[in-house]
Design a protein around this ligand. Structure first.
Ligand code: PTJ
Length: 249
């Protein structure tokens, strides 16, 4: 693969593409993961490729929810491992939370490759291999989960979700935190807390908030959580994007 010059104005974006396509060649990322990434890039462009204020607030509330949880689980797929494996491991350690691999395009080979990659980068335990349970009503690969992981979780963080699992997890009365650059997606509308930000910024920001909020008592954290209005935040994001587009055109 040819080198990308460091002074290229879109160096970071091109390097990210290179990384994700390399991991596709190695069989960790599914080929449609590249399409999902492209859609994400387009929405990221609309928000200015930075964390906008409603996302920062959602990241803070997400940290509070995770700190109040009894059995929080971070669900990861191919794209997430390609982009933020180390950051997810650090987040899981600081909460603490479990890490679980759940794949839409599930094969045992891909699950094992992703678990091995997470372990290589420092994860002590990764759920998702046993797949001894199923999210009710989800007949595709991402419905498979571990009894001790997602199945019994009270809070699930789902970066880069594919849509219907979010509703199914809510039907199981779990709290769902989604990271999705598309504020119009079904996932964005269904999650309890939607973070409209790129995972590469969102996960480090949640870590930052976990560290800041760790010392607070549960009562204070619950107040932060209870004051959250996800629909209002989604309206704020849409209004941010339309104002930005008007100012640019
Ligand atoms: O690894 P697998 O087999 O589980 O497959 C994973 C993919 C990504 C292929 C699967 O989950 C999928 O098809 O996802 P979708 O339905 O394309 O949804 C991906 C959503 O994530 C879209 O709304 C994108 O805008 C958003 N997205 C893409 N990249 C990012 C992102 N959101 C945040 N950060 C990103 N980097």
């Amino acid at each position: 693969m040819e080198e990308i010059p460091k002074n290229h104005p879109r160096y970071y974006s091109l390097m990210t593409r290179k990384k994700i396509s390399q991991l596709m060649e190695e069989g960790l990322v599914h080929e449609t993961g590249l399409i999902a990434h492209g859609r994400g890039e387009a929405f990221d462009y609309l928000i200015g490729e930075r964390t906008i204020p409603p996302a920062e607030e959602a990241e803070k509330v997400a940290a509070a929810v995770l700190l109040c949880a009894k059995n929080p689980v971070i669900s990861v797929n191919g794209n997430v491992v390609a982009l933020v494996a180390k950051e997810c491991i650090d987040l899981a350690e600081s909460i603490p939370a479990k890490l679980e691999v759940n794949l839409f395009h599930r094969t045992n080979q891909r699950v094992n490759k992703l678990v091995n990659e997470l372990k290589k980068q420092g994860a002590k335990e990764v759920y998702g291999v046993k797949a001894d349970a199923r999210v009710p009503g989800l007949n595709h690969g991402r419905g498979l989960c571990d009894k001790e992981g997602i199945f019994s979780a009270d809070v699930v963080l789902v970066p880069l979700e594919d849509g219907d699992r979010c509703q199914a997890l809510r039907d199981m009365e779990k709290a769902v935190i989604a990271i999705d650059l598309n504020p119009l997606s079904r996932t964005a509308k269904t999650a309890n807390i939607t973070i409209v930000d790129n995972v590469v910024r969102a996960i480090p920001n949640i870590i930052k908030w976990v560290e800041k909020l760790k010392s607070k008592d549960k009562e204070t954290l619950r107040e932060t959580v209870n004051s959250w209005d996800n629909s209002k935040m989604l309206k704020d994001v849409s209004s941010f994007i339309s104002k930005r587009l008007n100012s640019l055109s």
